[in-house]
Structure formats: structure tokens, C-alpha cells
Design a protein around this ligand. Structure first.
Ligand code: H53
Length: 825
């Protein structure tokens, strides 16, 4: 027998040889023993699974080795707590990370298989809504690539973000059953399940002379961990993403079952398992549903327990916790972790309150991703107390101590006390999760310079005064592995030919391309890459949606969640204005640059106005695309179900990136960074990270328009009347009137009337105020595009100057300013 201390039992079995033959053998073995088929009778699904398992096999030894080292070394680790991870497809990323892309391609070819066909088999795990979830995925990629120990914690939703289709131009939602064929990338550990409790009541008791509180919960569920590999880019490192899945507890079932009520037992099971059933499809507009709070507590409670069980020795000195662990709170969604951590320390580990609070304040940091008041979660005290009674007590105690300190510092300023209280009173008594996170966090960061400044000075100024130095900025970033190297192989090849391979992990090296922008030969090659990417996109859209992308068109792209603050309506008005100009004969067709407008956007299913806007975009598209007067000039394409997979095709092909939110509303944006890094020019407002993009690429290579944030503020203060802008601009009048007259609804004047009146009489996001500046900037875009060579030069400079937006840099900033961790081995 192999004794557990035998070297073979301690060390992982070595990976198969990294050769074409070795890969073929491993692949066939996986087909046989994993799928129970031979090559000759394997389906595409079989082959995809066997391939994925083969890649896993290659990564496995490194993963096991990293897990062992992390247990052994006991360095400080980062637990990233995020309700969303928008991962995108895994196969290509993992092939790239393991350095196996070419070997795999050849090995499959030797088996008569086209790797590309197998790529298409993968259903992307859409466990996020938009920017926030994709950011989390970029961050864990960067940490693995930088060799920083990290576990990403989240929820294994059985259904990810809904699949969007259009029925008569209107959004319809289908469930995203991404697990229906199983996932080859996950490792279930039901034996490692944690029990997570809910409900019940609290009581005090005498613990050998010490009065203590405890929670007597009413029901519980099991949190089963599923592990996913997070491989670093060709560095032999593999971190872990651990997502929790809810399963009914046996004891609970049995109790009900023994009472003879079989039906009730099954119902109880369904109730428990609902917790990880579905991702809430609202991006930055939470609905405050009880199930959502259950989800939040479920995953953070399981994660905290996991840290204590797996990371820390049983006799660990708890006051030293800040030297071992930092929990990063990704928005307010995981903030219930704060009272849970306190509960574990005080009630379970019997730590003294003040000592526990001192530890907690060093073990948490909070990232705020928004300025929209409706995105800052609040939970009614009634609901929180019913679901988590002990946590509510703890929150009250935290608040009491906090307000005492506020009084000490600011005096009995009742107004200020009310404003700063973690408990709000209106419209119902509620817990303000962002305040709780701010009080508990060692640091609070915004996600772009402007956002962090507004957070500090406008949203939480009292807190900034109370906690000087707590508020900092860490500008977002995106992973160059997925969003340049993988998604844009032609551009990557061009860059690598010029600079060598190092830029993939050191993106500032793109600076060296500045000199190449002056080289006509390089510009020609760069323009060829863009043209090739457009043809690739064209193929994808033809196959996927039956769309035709015309040659020689400027690709003008707006892809992001549908939200009024992002102002897709401004884009629609530009299209309608251009269209109306041509058909009325006011504008000569020859003076307009041929353009294809591409939209991608999901609307939250309950967000009525957003869904109307989707309907309007499709309606405008079907009129424009079928009008011979603009044929060959204007085209509107709205492929449904925009997701990471489609983004990887669209972004490399884009000429113009639309980043047109009302200034002060988009916290950062990350799509803006991806476009610039792929050589699109931005037309944008001074909002979020646009500000930093423009500063870096220079005004000559960026189309800035619209009000600045202070101008927005002052217009609001003066009293904003959208109708005055309507009256003052004839182009705007004609465009809105055309929509109102039913030009895009077969003469039906009622269909889009709510959109038009909303703009005329409310217009919360000041679309009309920025309209004329936007149209003016678009004229400049047209003129600039006419000089293709100059445009290409600007595009190259965008790539060269945006290395700052690598998520590797963001992670370095978090490490230096917040986490104080380091690559450990
Ligand atoms: O987070 C992105 C930002 C973007 C912001 C987005 C976001 C969500 O996707 C969901 C909730 C939320 O509070 C914020 O809207 O501006 O780039 C990553 O930071």
C-alpha cells in the first residue's frame, strides 16, 4: 500500500507530456473513460468535454501544488466576495494560460477535429449582469497571473443571466440553463458543505458568569462548494474560484418527512434550493427581494466559514486575523458579511466585542461601484430582523458605538447624526448597507478618479470628514489576456511582431507602439487587422443572426446594459437625425460616412422604459435597414443576447466606441477600456473612466462632448426644462417628432409616446441637453473618418496609451493601497 506520507501520495501526479502525441493520447483517454465513447462515434459535445478535461488534466498538477503551498505558507490571502462573476467561455482562456493552444489545435487536427467547432460548444457561464461581474472575472485572472494567492467566492447560480431574444422587436427572456449538459470546469465537493442557518430568534445566556447572546435559527440549508480553476497566464499558477450551491439539509427534510407530510418535505427542499437557483437580472437597480438577501447571506456566511475551516489552523490567534486575511466587498451585495464575521468572533469564538470590532475593521475593505442612489442597497429592518435576527442586533450595536463616536467628533448635530446613521428611517426603517460597509471597511474605494472624488465629496462627505484617509481611488481595469490576446489574435500578432510577447503581462509596454504610429507600413498593417476583424464579425453575425455587415462602413458600436443613464436614446436620436437628414434631402447622401450602428444590450425584465427603448432601437433599425434611400449608407444591427462571447467578436472590429452616459452617472465603465485597447476611437462624455482615457490618449484622439459633471449639477440647480432644448434645436425637433408621428411604428403614434414624453417632460438623464453637442461631435467623427490614414494613426495611439487600463495595474493598486499582500511563492 502507498502510505499517505509516501512522496507519490503527497505530490500531485505530473501532467501528461506537452506534446501533440501526449495531447492526443490524453484526449482519446478522456473520450473513452470520461465519456464512454470512441472517437468514431463521439458527438461534438463528447469531444468538447474530452478536450476540456484534457486541458484540466494539464492544469491539475499545478493547481494541486498551489493549493498545497497555500496551506503550507500561511501568507495573507485575499477573499474576494462577489455576488457575480461574468466569466465568459473558459476553454480558450485555459488553453492560452496553459500554453497549449497550438498543441491542442494540432492534436485535434490529427484526430480530424476543428478546434473552432469545439469552442462553439461551450455555453458561457453568465453568472453576472454587466460591468461589476465582468470586473470580478478580470480581477481574479490578474491575481492568478501575478501569483497572488486569492480565492474568489460567489454563488453557483443554476440559471445565469437570461437569454435574450426579440419577438416583434421586443425583448423576451429565456432561462439560461447553462448547466444542462454539465460543466467540465467545476469540481463539486458535497462533503465540504457548510450549514447556513436562517430565521428564528436570539437569546441571552450566562456563559460561566459572562452574559452572552446566541442565535437560535429556525431553518437551514447546505452550501455545497464548487471549485473552478483560475489559471495564471503561462506562469504555472492556478488560483481557485469557489462558488456555493444551495442544497436542502437532510435533517430538515427528515423532520418534515417523519411528520408524514411528504408533499411539504419536497416543498421545503425546493424552497432551500431556490437560494442559488437564479441570478437576479438587475444591474445597478436592486429590487430588494427577500430571496436576494438570502442569497447574499448564504454565500458570505459559507465563505467566512470556509476561511476559518480551510485557511486557518484551529488554534489560530484571532487578534492576528488581519495578518492572514482581507475580505474585499464587491459593492454592497456581500456587506452582510460584516455582522456575520462579528457574530462568529463574538458569539462563537467568544471574543470580546471591542477586540472583535478592531479585527473586523482591518479585515474588510469595500468597493463602491455606483453613484446612483437606487443602486445603494438598503434592507428593511423588518425583513433583516426576520431572516437574520442576531445580525440585526449586531448592526444596531455597531451603529450605536459609531454614533457615539460621531457625537464625540461633531457634537450633538442631530441632523448630521440622522444623515450618518446606518439605520435610515424613511420611507421605512432600513439598514443602509453602504454605510455599514464604510464604517466597517479599512478602506473604501471608488472605481475611477471622478467617481471616487464624487463619492468622497458628494455621496459620503460626512464619512470622509469623519474618517480622513479612508476614501481612495482604484481605477478599474480589464484583463489583456481575454480582451486583447485571445479576442484579437491579429492585433496581438502585430503587437508581438513589433514588441515581443512581454506586453501581455506588462501592458504599459504598449507605449512603445507610439513610434509605430508614425510608420506608414505599420499603419497599413494595423488597418488590415481592423478590416480582417470586421470580416470576422460579419461572418459571426451572418451565422448567428442572418445579418450582413457591409464592407467599407464605419462600425459605430454601443454595447452595454440598457439603462437610461447610459443614454442609448441619445444614440437613437443621432441615428434618426442622420436618417431624417438624408430622406428629407437636407443632407446630401454623399456627405454622410457610410455607417453601421451596432447595439448590444439586455434590459432588466422589470425595467419597462429600458424595454421600450430596445423596442424603439429595433423599430428604427427595421425602417432604416429597409429604406432604399439610405441603402449602403446607414444600417442598424442589434444582435440579441449580447454576452462576453459576442463582446469578444464585436470589440476588435469596432471603429467608434460610444461612451455617452450623463456626466456623473457612470462610475467607471470598463467596455470603454476594452474598445480603446482594441483600437477604436471613443466618442464620450467626461464621465467615469472616460476622463482618464481621454487624458491618456489626448484630445486629438478622443471625441469629447457634452456637459461636465459640475455643469450637469448647475443645470439641475437652475431647473432643467428639456422642452426648451427641444424648442431651440430644429434637428432635435424633427427627430423627436418623427418618432412621435409613428414613422417607426407603422403610423402608430402611441407605441413610443411614453419615450417621447419622458424625454420632453422629465428626461432625468438630460438627453436633450446634450443632444446638440453630441450631433456636433458626430460630425467631427464623420470628418475624421474620411481621412482613413489619420484615423488609423489615432487608433494606434489609443492602443499605445491605454496600457494603464490593464486589470494587472488595478490589482497592483489594491495590493499596495488596500490589501498589503504580495506574491508569496
Ligand atoms: O460596475 C462597473 C462600472 C460601471 C458600474 C458597474 C455596476 C454594476 O455592473 C452593477 C452594480 C453597480 O453598483 C455598478 O455601473 O460603471 O464600470 C465596474 O466597476
Amino acid at each position: 500500500h502507498l502510505h499517505p506520507t509516501h512522496p507519490l501520495a503527497l505530490a500531485p501526479v505530473a501532467a501528461p507530456p506537452s506534446t501533440v502525441d501526449g495531447f492526443v493520447r490524453e484526449f482519446l483517454l478522456n473520450l473513452n473513460s470520461g465519456r464512454g465513447v470512441t472517437l468514431s462515434n463521439a458527438s461534438a459535445t463528447d469531444k468538447y468535454f474530452a478536450l476540456a478535461h484534457t486541458v484540466r488534466d494539464y492544469l491539475m498538477a499545478r493547481w494541486l501544488e498551489d493549493l498545497r503551498r497555500q496551506r503550507e505558507v500561511q501568507d495573507k490571502g485575499v477573499a474576494y466576495l462577489s455576488a457575480e462573476y461574468l466569466l465568459g467561455r473558459q476553454l480558450d482562456n485555459n488553453l492560452l494560460a496553459s500554453g497549449l493552444s497550438e498543441i491542442a489545435e494540432e492534436a485535434l487536427a490529427a484526430c480530424g477535429i476543428d478546434l473552432d467547432v469545439l469552442r462553439q460548444q461551450e455555453v458561457e457561464p453568465g453568472l453576472g449582469n454587466g460591468g461589476l461581474g465582468r470586473l470580478a472575472a478580470c480581477f481574479i485572472d490578474s491575481l492568478a497571473t501575478m501569483g497572488v494567492p486569492n480565492v474568489g467566492y460567489g454563488i453557483r447560480y443554476e440559471y445565469g443571466i437570461f437569454r435574450q431574444t426579440f419577438v416583434d422587436g421586443q425583448q423576451a427572456e429565456q432561462p439560461d440553463a447553462w448547466l444542462s449538459l454539465g460543466s467540465p470546469w467545476e469540481f463539486a465537493h458535497p462533503e465540504g458543505a457548510q450549514t447556513i442557518a436562517f430565521g428564528g430568534h436570539t437569546e441571552t445566556y450566562d456563559d460561566e458568569g459572562v452574559p452572552r447572546s446566541r442565535w437560535i435559527p429556525a431553518w437551514n440549508v447546505q452550501a455545497v462548494p464548487y471549485n473552478y480553476m483560475v489559471p495564471g497566464y503561462q506562469n504555472g499558477r492556478v488560483n481557485t474560484l469557489r462558488l456555493w450551491s444551495a442544497v436542502a439539509t437532510n435533517s430538515f427534510d427528515l423532520r418534515v418527512f417523519n411528520s408524514g407530510d411528504y408533499e411539504e418535505a419536497v416543498r421545503a427542499q425546493t424552497y432551500a434550493e431556490n437560494i442559488s437557483k437564479v441570478l437576479y437580472p438587475e444591474d445597478s437597480t436592486p429590487q430588494g427581494k427577500e430571496l436576494r438577501l438570502q442569497q447574499q447571506y448564504f454565500f458570505v456566511a459559507a465563505s467566512i466559514r470556509d476561511v476559518f475551516d480551510v485557511m486557518l489552523p484551529a488554534d489560530f490567534e484571532l487578534t492576528n486575523l488581519p495578518e492572514r486575511i482581507i475580505f474585499q466587498l464587491n459593492d454592497t451585495h456581500p456587506v452582510i458579511a460584516v455582522p456575520e464575521f462579528m457574530r462568529v468572533l463574538v458569539d462563537e469564538k467568544k471574543m470580546d466585542w471591542d477586540a472583535a470590532w478592531a479585527v473586523t475593521q482591518q479585515c474588510f475593505a469595500y468597493t463602491c461601484h455606483t453613484l446612483l442612489p437606487e443602486a445603494l442597497e438598503v434592507w428593511p429592518v423588518e425583513l433583516l430582523g426576520r431572516l437574520l435576527p442576531r445580525h440585526l442586533e449586531i448592526i444596531y450595536r455597531i451603529n450605536e458605538d459609531f454614533l457615539v463616536a460621531v457625537r464625540e467628533k461633531f457634537g450633538d448635530d442631530e441632523m448630521r447624526i440622522r444623515d450618518m446613521s446606518i439605520i435610515g428611517e424613511h420611507p421605512v426603517r432600513s439598514v443602509r448597507m453602504a454605510y455599514l460597509a464604510t464604517v466597517a471597511g479599512a478602506k473604501v474605494n471608488g472605481v475611477a478618479e471622478l467617481h471616487s472624488q464624487l463619492l468622497r465629496d458628494k455621496v459620503l462627505p460626512d464619512f470622509n470628514e469623519f474618517y480622513p484617509g479612508k476614501f481612495i481611488n482604484v481605477t478599474n481595469g480589464v484583463t489583456p489576456r481575454r480582451f486583447v490576446r485571445l479576442s484579437n489574435p491579429s492585433l496581438s500578432g502585430l503587437i508581438t511582431d513589433a514588441l515581443g510577447t512581454g506586453w501581455v503581462t506588462d501592458l504599459e509596454r504598449l507605449r512603445e507602439l507610439e513610434a509605430y504610429a508614425e510608420d506608414p507600413e505599420f499603419r497599413t498593417q494595423f488597418a488590415e487587422v481592423k478590416a480582417a476583424n470586421k470580416r470576422l464579425l460579419s461572418d459571426v453575425l451572418r451565422e448567428r443572426d442572418g445579418f450582413e455587415v457591409s464592407d467599407g462602413h464605419m462600425l459605430d458600436v454601443m454595447v452595454k446594459r440598457l439603462h437610461e443613464y447610459k443614454r442609448q436614446m441619445l444614440k437613437v436620436l443621432h441615428i434618426v437625425t442622420t436618417y431624417e437628414g438624408i430622406i428629407s434631402g437636407r443632407v446630401a447622401v454623399g456627405d454622410v460616412q457610410p455607417r453601421t450602428f451596432i447595439f448590444g444590450a439586455k434590459a432588466a425584465p422589470g425595467y419597462v422604459m429600458a424595454k421600450r427603448i430596445i423596442h424603439l432601437i429595433n423599430a428604427v433599425g427595421s425602417v432604416v435597414n429597409n429604406d432604399p434611400r439610405v441603402e449602403g449608407k446607414l444600417k442598424v444591427l442589434f444582435p440579441p443576447n449580447y454576452n462576453v462571447t459576442l463582446a469578444e467578436r464585436v470589440i476588435p472590429a469596432a471603429d467608434l466606441s460610444e461612451q455617452i452616459s450623463l456626466a456623473g452617472k457612470e462610475a467607471s465603465g470598463t467596455g470603454n477600456m476594452k474598445f480603446a485597447l482594441n483600437g477604436a476611437l471613443t466618442i464620450g462624455t467626461d464621465d467615469g473612466a472616460n476622463v482618464e482615457i481621454r487624458e491618456l490618449v489626448g484630445d486629438d484622439n478622443f471625441f469629447l462632448f457634452g456637459m461636465s459633471e459640475p455643469e450637469v449639477e448647475s443645470l439641475w440647480a437652475k431647473g432643467y426644462k428639456p422642452s426648451s432644448f427641444y424648442n431651440a434645436d430644429s434637428g432635435l425637433r424633427r427627430s423627436l417628432d418623427l418618432i412621435a408621428a409613428g414613422a417607426f411604428s407603422g403610423g402608430d403614434r402611441s407605441m413610443f409616446e411614453p419615450i417621447v414624453s419622458n424625454l420632453l417632460y422629465d428626461d432625468r438623464f438630460m438627453v436633450l441637453a446634450d443632444y446638440s453637442a453630441y450631433i456636433g461631435a458626430q460630425a467631427k467623427v464623420d470628418a475624421a473618418y474620411a481621412d482613413q490614414d489619420a484615423w488609423t494613426r489615432s487608433a494606434i495611439l489609443n492602443v499605445a496609451r491605454c496600457g494603464y487600463f490593464s486589470s494587472d495595474r488595478s490589482m497592483r493598486d489594491y495590493i499596495e493601497r488596500i490589501w498589503h499582500t504580495a506574491p508569496s511563492f
